[in-house]
Design a protein around this ligand. Structure first.
Ligand SMILES: *[C@@H]1O[C@H](CO)[C@@H](O)[C@H](O)[C@H]1NC(C)=O
Ligand SMILES: *[C@@H]1O[C@H](CO)[C@@H](O)[C@H](O)[C@H]1NC(C)=O
Ligand SMILES: *[C@@H]1O[C@H](CO)[C@@H](O)[C@H](O)[C@H]1NC(C)=O
Ligand SMILES: [Zn+2]
Length: 642
């Protein structure tokens, strides 16, 4: 890492801003002021696609540098070994270590480098070194620039064009509709990075960074790397500072993707057909789509919110596990339901698990489970919380059968969902294909992260708190998967398809009818097993769901619409939001009484208490009325005013 330029950069940054303010740029002519629609705008970057080619030296290539180093390096720290290898193998080039090195579960250390010149990144010159478990160099890949680096630093005389014209050139060339008249550049504090303020037509201020770019002709260009965020296109475009109108290359971090899946809202394979879903992400929750993170674009079921793969040998090794790698992110794989070997439809299963988990991530985000609240994302962006924790989604995990589980770690550490096969059916059924099961498991992560804070995942371990942990999972499934044309007389069954039994995996259906589901608070005296306790809790919440739907109506929309105060306009999403908001209010190790009070409080905070009585009526109906106490016994009374 080179720090030598930092002083010069600061001095220049101040100067540069001064100039921009003193001499606002005049309009350079034609700008596209069209009104943006909410539809995806198709930006055509095909003419500008990057052509960088990389080289991979694999483990048994017989490469002499690799061989030599293998014998020298065993036993050392993986990061130091990688650095020493690079220093020796690429003697005449400079590098910085990128900040995303890690050791995979298979023991291989992955270290990423960016080539630099005069302290600037050569943005399309990367190097990755893989270090084996024993500390030796295993293999490496590179797109290192082979030509001559300019002798003088461009930062000494700064004879290159400003970033604002570069942005204009990019907008013109790609027809982005960003107007930069009167815009100015502000140093962000990062090395040679400037935010362009005062533009219109972009979703956020464009960011420009001074970098080098290696051109296909083998020469190096000093370039403005221009980052623009327009509707669903998140683009990085390189301009040539010596010829500001020419575009060197462009990439879209948001690639189109299609998934053949049981669409969000389909409870399980018995009640729906698989359909082809195109770009199903929400652009607020997943601004770069589902297959991109920290500048890496994945061609597989990996991205910012989760990594989905098989775990047939139950070794938890997600780094080298199988995932589908279709062309152009077209996850279009067969599943018939009568295939006897589940391994034969692993592509469909992993696709479905990735889709359902990402759909849920996006919904939860809109409902308030975002980066700051401790959600599961690799890149927390500038939104608070900790990054580095996409969910590990293991399908057909062989560590168990007829079940599923979720291991929640504190924010910033990767949590794991394990989906098993159900072998009580013929043929086996795959839990990952049933949305109720996936939502149940994911919700464990949500409730653990929200209760007691993102760093404390030890708050749902008492009988009541742990029981509610089970209940929230069933409730969220019920709220999401209950069809829009259902009524309060419609029951919800958890886990019927996976065991091929219409009664499902719980004792009773979720029902507002006390004769079909008689659960009350007093049931906690009979059993403190968490799934039993959870069934009672989810039953109370199911009553709450229908009280709110009857009051505010239902919607077939898959995502909420909020009024100007941030309140979901329908009863279904309102119920989900209150339940999730309450998780963050309640104490560590909450009791039923405290969790109930937190839901009442969540409504007070969100709506000023508009739904107080509907909430109390649901709980009082099931024995958790206003005079209920921690000594478990039914009380059916309502508080004053209801
Ligand atoms: C398997 O399922 C497919 C699609 O549901 C069906 O067309 C086919 O007839 C089934 N095959 C058998 C052997 O049941
Ligand atoms: C999964 O899909 C890939 C193509 O992406 C294909 O080559 C492979 O055979 C498929 N696997 C199975 C088990 O069908
Ligand atoms: C993102 O998370 C990292 C830790 O993973 C933390 O150091 C950083 O402060 C977070 N970024 C922001 C902007 O909150
Ligand atoms: Zn559970």
């Amino acid at each position: 890492m080179k720090m030598a330029f930092s002083l010069a950069t600061k001095a220049f940054a101040a100067l540069f801003i001064g100039q921009t303010i003193a001499h606002p740029l005049v309009s350079t002519g034609q700008h596209d002021h069209r009104v943006q629609s909410l539809q995806r705008r198709q930006v055509d970057i095909s003419k500008f696609r990057l052509t960088t080619t990389a080289n991979y030296v694999n483990a048994d290539s017989g490469d002499s540098a690799l061989k030599l180093f293998r014998s020298l390096s065993a036993g050392n720290d993986y990061l130091e070994t990688a650095k020493a290898f690079v220093a020796k193998t690429f003697k005449h080039a400079d590098f910085r270590v990128a900040d995303d090195s890690y050791v995979g579960a298979n023991g291989i250390g992955h270290v990423y480098f960016k080539q630099t010149a005069h302290g600037l990144d050569i943005d399309n010159a990367d190097l990755n070194v893989n270090i084996a478990k024993d500390g030796s160099v295993f293999s490496y890949g590179d797109s290192v620039f082979q030509g001559a680096i300019p002798a003088a630093s461009p930062l000494q005389r700064r004879e290159f064009s400003d970033p604002v014209p570069a942005l204009k050139a990019v907008s013109d060339a790609l027809e982005l509709g960003i107007s930069a008249d009167g815009a100015s550049a502000e140093a962000t504090g990062a090395h040679e990075e400037y935010k362009i303020t005062g533009t219109t037509g972009a979703d956020s201020d464009p960011i420009t960074t001074l970098v080098y770019f290696q051109k296909p002709d083998g020469t190096l260009a000093l370039s403005w790397r221009v980052q623009t965020d327009v509707i669903t296109n998140y683009l990085v475009t390189y301009t040539d500072t010596s010829s500001p109108k020419s575009i060197l290359g462009a990439m879209d971090y948001v690639a189109d993707a299609t998934y053949e899946v049981y669409k969000w809202g389909v409870h399980d394979p018995s009640v729906g057909e698989r359909t082809l879903e195109k770009d199903p992400w929400d652009t607020t929750a997943s601004p770069n789509g589902w297959h991109s993170s920290k500048g890496t674009e994945y061609d597989t079921t990996m991205g910012n919110n989760g990594y989905a793969q098989e775990d047939w040998d139950a070794d938890d090794d997600y780094a080298s596990a199988y995932r589908p790698h279709p062309a152009d992110l077209e996850f279009d794989y067969p599943y018939t339901g009568n295939e006897t070997n589940p391994h034969n439809y692993i592509n469909a299963t992993v696709t479905q698990l990735f889709y359902t988990a990402n759909m849920y991530h996006d919904l939860l985000y809109l409902l308030g489970f975002n980066e700051a609240a401790g959600n599961f994302e690799d890149d927390n962006g500038s939104n608070g919380g900790k990054g580095g924790d996409p969910i590990i989604l293991d399908a057909q995990d062989a560590s168990g059968t007829n079940n599923a589980n979720f291991r929640t770690l504190p924010d910033g550490q990767k949590s794991r969902m394990q989906m098993f096969l159900f072998t009580v059916t013929t043929p086996d059924r795959d839990g990952a294909l049933s949305a109720d099961v996936v939502i149940h498991e994911y919700t464990h992560g949500v409730s653990n992260r929200l209760t007691g804070g993102p760093a404390n995942v030890g708050c749902l371990n008492t009988a009541q708190a742990g029981g509610m942990g089970e209940g929230w999972g069933d409730f969220m499934g019920a709220a999401i998967l209950t069809p829009a044309d259902a009524t309060r007389d419609t029951d919800f069954i958890e886990g019927a398809w996976v065991i091929n039994d219409a009664k499902g995996i719980r004792d009773y259906p979720y029902s507002t009818d006390m004769t079909r589901n008689p659960h009350t608070y007093a049931d906690l005296k009979a059993s403190t097993e968490v799934h039993d306790v959870g069934e009672t809790w989810a039953t109370m919440l199911y009553d709450l769901l229908w009280n709110l739907i009857d009051k505010h109506g239902n919607t077939a929309d898959i995502r909420p619409t909020f009024d100007e105060s941030g309140v979901p306009v329908d009863g279904r999403f309102l119920a989900m939001k209150l339940v999730i908001d309450a998780m963050a209010l309640q104490p560590c190790s909450p009791t039923f009484l405290q969790a109930r009070d937190a839901i009442v409080d969540a409504d007070t905070a969100l709506t000023g208490g508009e739904n107080k009585c509907e909430i109390w009526e649901a709980f009082a109906k099931r024995g958790l009325g206003s005079s209920a106490t921690s000594t478990v016994a039914n009380k059916f009374d309502l508080p004053e005013g209801c």
